[in-house]
Design a protein around this ligand. Structure first.
Ligand SMILES: NC(=O)c1ccc[n+]([C@@H]2O[C@H](COP(=O)([O-])OP(=O)(O)OC[C@H]3O[C@@H](n4cnc5c(N)ncnc54)[C@H](OP(=O)(O)O)[C@@H]3O)[C@@H](O)[C@H]2O)c1
Length: 270
């Protein structure tokens, strides 16, 4: 017996950016577990070895019903994004769902000490990369009858709603994701293109390791005494959003662990 959600997702082609770790990786696994009979998942990121591991894990867990295609893609490279759809093999270009998840934060510096490199990387990945990916996939959606059909699920953050000191650029990128998402939804109100945003609070992934330039000790300190969300928690919400009936748009969602109520409101056990 298959669930209603499995039936709704069955036959779809899903593209996930940033699927080599954290939320993106868990989302690929969650889609596969939810609809294991007939699904195509394109997993993308810069680390191809990690993507191949994700593909192997899915294959061993759910078998042949889910086809997984690992594709090396740096979303901050506009040329790579431009060639992405054309570079997909025959039978993989009819994308139904795009999960714009690739994103990162670099450092905790405050102006005027923010490194230009960090500023440019965050903007190019979180904002320009997400918009370029959306435009590339929207062309597929728009070519469908009645003005278009397909899902775009953007991963924002509580940081896009409540900016905090030491995160000004990251917060600005996520506020940009929020504005872009909301405008896009309004632009597509006459068709079946669903534009959604999932805003996580604190999730334990490689996120903080990246923020602290690989310093695991500093990253671990972020989660000391708290009980953060897992990437699986967010993956469940993403798959739920994609698995709604066609006329249901889960436009917006904010997900906290129970110890958190804003970037600064954290209950920390001493
Ligand atoms: N963790 C949190 O607390 C939290 C809270 C709110 C929102 N978020 C958002 O959730 C999303 C996923 O983050 P995460 O927590 O799962 O962190 P993560 O474990 O570090 O995963 C980030 C993913 O993005 C990919 N990525 C980074 N730069 C990329 C690029 N230029 N091109 C393609 N892929 C790139 C990474 O893969 P490669 O390095 O292999 O390219 C990795 O797969 C991000 O947008 C983040 O801002 C996270």
């Amino acid at each position: 017996m298959t669930s209603t959600m499995a039936q709704r997702l069955s036959g779809k082609t899903i593209v996930i950016t940033g699927a080599s770790s954290g939320i993106g990786r868990s989302t690929a696994l969650e889609f596969a577990r939810t609809s294991p009979q007939n699904l195509k998942i394109v997993i993308t990121a810069r680390r191809i070895d990690a993507l191949q591991d994700v593909a192997a894990t899915i294959k061993s867990e759910v078998g042949e019903g889910v086809q997984v295609l690992p594709v090396k893609l740096d979303v901050s490279n506009a040329d790579e994004v431009r060639g992405f759809v054309e570079g997909l093999p025959e039978g993989w270009r009819d994308v139904d769902v795009l999960i714009n998840n690739a994103g990162m934060v670099k450092g905790v510096a405050q102006a005027p000490e923010i490194a230009e490199d960090d500023l440019n990387t965050m903007l190019a990945t979180n904002v320009t990369g997400l918009i370029n990916m959306t435009q590339a996939i929207m062309k597929i959606y728009k070519a469908r009858p009645d003005g278009g059909r397909g899902d775009i699920i953007n991963i924002g953050s509580i940081a896009g709603r409540e900016p905090y000191p030491g995160g000004s650029i990251y917060c600005a990128t996520k506020a940009a994701v929020r504005s872009f998402t909301d405008a896009l939804r309004k632009e597509n109100v006459s068709n079946r293109i669903r534009v959604m945003c999932v805003d996580p609070g604190q999730v334990e992934t490689e996120f903080s390791v990246v923020r602290f330039y690989g310093d695991k000790e500093k990253a671990d300190a972020v989660y000391k005494g708290v009980d953060p969300l897992t990437p699986e928690d967010i993956a469940e919400v993403i798959v739920f959003a994609a698995g709604r009936r066609e006329n249901v748009v889960m436009a917006d969602s904010l997900i906290f662990p129970s110890h958190q109520a804003s970037p600064a409101h954290m209950h920390r056990k001493s």
